[in-house]
Design a protein around this ligand. Structure first.
Ligand code: NAD
Length: 484
């Protein structure tokens, strides 16, 4: 392990080398792993593969930094986070390009907004406070409720929104006085490594470290006695490992996991007008969106015309390399996911479900491209309706009765998000209120904000991100009773 100088070069292109960020330093590794461009299927960069000892060093540095970071005032920490946002802004174009290269998402419509939102959210969250509350006061005593930082937070992130999902954790953890070690997905480590590198030029040593490497670093974090909390975003299957492993040290957990979100288009919906929103709600980020529409229920009275119009809209989109400004739909992010999404196509074919768009993968095309596929009215019991496809396949399912569609939407181990669409807002809200989900949108979709709690019900999650509720989860309630 060797360390190099801090790197704060700013340009619109960054081609490495990449380093871990540990204890305020950029650190190289003995081993590296390949990072693929999903638009070509070719290796375009090497990422440092952190060793267990390097992760250990990052956690130790975070523990050490907590002593001084946690006793700073909110205002002092806000100044650091604002400086961090300023530094990131200087690298905005470079970060967005890198995000497209490693993740595949279209540069203008997806990658740049993701980087911009992450930077803006750092500033907004840094301005929030969790004040001491007086919960009781009488002649005898005063009772205060303080919200104290937890210690070292371990962040474990997935590959679909690697920038945003990491910063959703960094900003609230740091402003509330915690320090953090991030382990990015091995499929998309580069933007997070750059966020770490840039942080070292503005934040005190050890406050934010980034260690990339294989999946095996995850269990080391989730079992580590010096990590007080794990903030995890990823699949429900991995999440169950995290929960089991974290039990040994009674860690705090925020778990953002998988979903199978239903969109219910009501009998009275102005369905022609909302096709673009429904399309992007399902196919945005090539369907690799935890709260993406994964089951689209439309009323049988207009289903046939709806399917035709949805397909027509889909045909106007251009799939390709996200760096091409004409492209609106990128590839699936990695080979593993490509194979998984293909298994849904195989199942659809084997069962003879009606495919009205896509369905066939072009084997000769380089990269991990799955054509946007629309399946007309597959049975409720089918794999594409029951499981999380996490790819650009949209099942459009007919229903006759609103009570029945609510029951079908709720008949799932998942309960992340959902949406209801109708002219009669009150009727749509009444249906939304019956969905067993952590979030539900009515006549809009995917609106998010730093004060809007975001989290899952059932096996989609524990706890919440954003909002006062989300920020509180980076703190411990501490009751102080003072006799007068
Ligand atoms: P994943 O579960 O495969 O990986 C997530 C992270 O966990 C990665 O960093 C991975 O390296 C790490 N990991 C793997 N094994 C681990 C272990 N045993 N212990 C600790 N960490 C381990 O998920 P993914 O494929 O990267 O992401 C896709 C999934 O994430 C989908 O299911 C999607 O719905 C979900 N997701 C949820 C949200 C949300 O907010 N609810 C947001 C985005 C993605």
């Amino acid at each position: 392990m060797s360390t190099v100088m801090k790197d704060s070069r700013s340009s619109s292109v960054f081609d490495g080398p990449y380093y871990l960020s540990i204890a305020g330093k950029l650190v190289s590794t003995d081993a590296h792993f390949d990072v693929f461009n999903p638009a070509t299927g070719e290796v375009f960069a090497k990422a440092p593969s952190g060793s267990p000892e390097q992760l250990e060093a990052a956690i130790a540095a975070a523990k050490d930094a907590f002593k001084t970071w946690s006793v700073l005032s909110y205002d002092q920490r806000q100044r650091y986070l604002d400086a961090y946002a300023d530094a990131l802004l200087e690298h905005r174009d470079e970060l967005a390009r890198l995000l497209t290269l490693e993740q595949g998402k279209p540069l203008k419509t997806m990658a740049e907004p993701e980087v911009d939102q992450a930077i803006s959210w750092i500033r907004q969250i840094a301005a929030r406070r969790i004040p001491v509350e007086i919960v009781e006061e009488n002649d005898n005593h005063i009772v205060e409720l303080h919200h104290t930082p937890l210690g070292v937070v371990g962040a474990i992130t997935p590959w679909n929104f690697p920038v945003l999902l990491a910063l959703w954790k960094v900003a609230p953890a740091l402003i509330t006085g915690n320090t953090m070690v991030i382990k990015p997905s091995p499929f998309t480590p580069l933007t997070t490594l750059r966020f770490g590198q840039i942080a070292q030029s503005v934040l005190p040593a050890g406050v934010l470290s980034v260690v990339s490497g294989g999946n095996e670093l995850g269990p080391q974090m989730t079992a580590h006695p010096d990590i007080a909390k794990i903030s995890f975003t990823g699949s429900t299957e991995t999440g169950k490992h995290v929960i089991r492993s974290a039990a040994g040290t009674v860690k705090r957990l925020t778990m953002e996991m998988g979903g199978n979100d239903a969109a219910i288009v009501m009998p009275d919906a102005d369905w022609q007008a909302i096709i673009p929103q429904l399309y992007w709600g399902a196919v945005g980020n090539s369907g690799q969106w935890c709260v993406g529409i994964k089951r689209l229920y439309v009323h049988s009275s207009y289903r046939a015309e709806f399917v035709t119009a949805f397909v027509e809209y889909a045909q106007q989109q251009v799939m390709g390399d996200g760096l091409d400004p004409n492209v609106t739909v990128g590839p699936v992010q990695n080979k593993m996911q490509y194979d998984k999404v293909r298994s849904f196509l195989d199942d659809i074919k084997a069962n003879g479900y009606k495919v009205v768009l896509g369905g066939e993968v072009d084997e000769s095309r380089p990269g991990y491209f799955i054509p946007v596929t629309v399946v007309d009215n597959p049975p409720e019991s089918s794999m594409i309706v029951q499981q999380e496809q996490f790819g650009p396949i949209v099942p459009i399912i007919a229903y006759d009765d609103v009570d029945d569609v609510v029951a079908r939407a709720n008949d799932s181990p998942f309960g992340l998000g959902g949406s209801v669409w109708g002219r009669d807002t009150q009727a749509a809200v009444a249906v939304a209120n019956r969905l067993e989900t952590g979030m539900v949108w009515v006549n809009e979709i995917h609106t998010q904000g730093i004060d809007i709690p975001f989290g899952g019900h059932k096996q989609s999650g524990i706890g919440t991100e954003h909002g006062h509720e989300g920020r509180l989860l980076f703190t411990n309630p501490k009751t102080v009773l003072i006799k007068k």
